[in-house]
Design a protein around this ligand. Structure first.
Ligand code: SAM
Length: 216
């Protein structure tokens, strides 16, 4: 087992995070090596996992504080939770149905605050969320770049890292993904410098992952 990023491990062609218990979140498998249990991270179920498989260093450290927008039922949040053993995750999700699963995931872990909220209105969770090292967003909305920028303005530390998963089809079903990605880059580059980027094939079709920092 090789640690390829803080708290993220690779063995053969699979990635893993450390597991405290044998409790599965989304049907993932476990392996044990040198008395440490690891949870397999499925890149087909997680854009962050897909980005790791495509060699993007997420920039997440053991003590990172993360604002996670579009937490859904907690698949990726659970792996981030394994990773930030000394950090914390504010996990925002606006579907009352989906957040029920996230609440269960958070119950077993001490470093996740599930927040029922609309990422379009970041002011609504300002009493809970602190300034973060990482802002991660995976939201299928046509204004995903604007939502991300608004949250980073309010919650990303000056030297923080932004991770934006862009789903082309949520922005337009008629335009070519490459054209959509160019438009998003143009909007994003008003405020951010692009540190790294990758498409997420073969794990996700027509998705781009941007790693960003605030412009000086
Ligand atoms: C693609 S799923 C996220 C999957 C999740 N990131 C993972 O890897 O486990 C997108 C989620 O964003 C949520 N969402 C969409 N618009 C939102 C908004 N404006 N505010 C908060 N959550 C939103 C949806 O309800 C959905 O659960």
């Amino acid at each position: 087992m090789e640690e390829i990023q803080p708290g993220i491990f690779r063995k053969n062609s699979s990635i893993y995070t450390e597991a405290d218990s044998g409790e599965s979140v989304y049907g993932e498998k476990f392996i044990t090596e040198n008395n440490q249990k690891y949870r397999k991270w499925d890149p087909n179920r997680s854009k962050a996992g897909a980005a790791v498989m495509k060699d993007v260093n997420l920039g997440i450290k053991r003590d990172s504080e993360i604002l996670y927008l579009g937490a859904a039922s907690g698949t990726t949040v659970s792996h981030f939770s394994d990773t930030v053993t000394e950090g914390f995750i504010y996990a925002v999700e606006y579907s009352e149905t989906v957040i029920r699963d996230l609440l269960e995931v958070a119950e077993d872990r001490e470093n996740i605050a599930p927040i029922l909220g609309n990422a379009r209105k970041p002011q609504n969770y300002s009493e809970i969320v602190e300034k973060c090292d990482i802002v991660f967003q995976d939201i299928s909305q046509s204004d995903q770049a604007e939502i991300f920028t608004r949250n980073c303005e309010k919650y990303m530390k000056e030297d923080g890292t932004g991770l934006l998963a862009v789903k082309a089809k949520s922005i337009s079903t008629s335009e070519e993904p490459e054209k959509i990605f160019d438009d998003v880059r143009e909007k994003i580059e008003e405020y951010f410098e692009i540190l790294a980027e990758t498409t997420l094939e073969p794990y996700e079709k027509d998705h781009l992952l941007l790693k960003l920092k605030k412009k000086e």
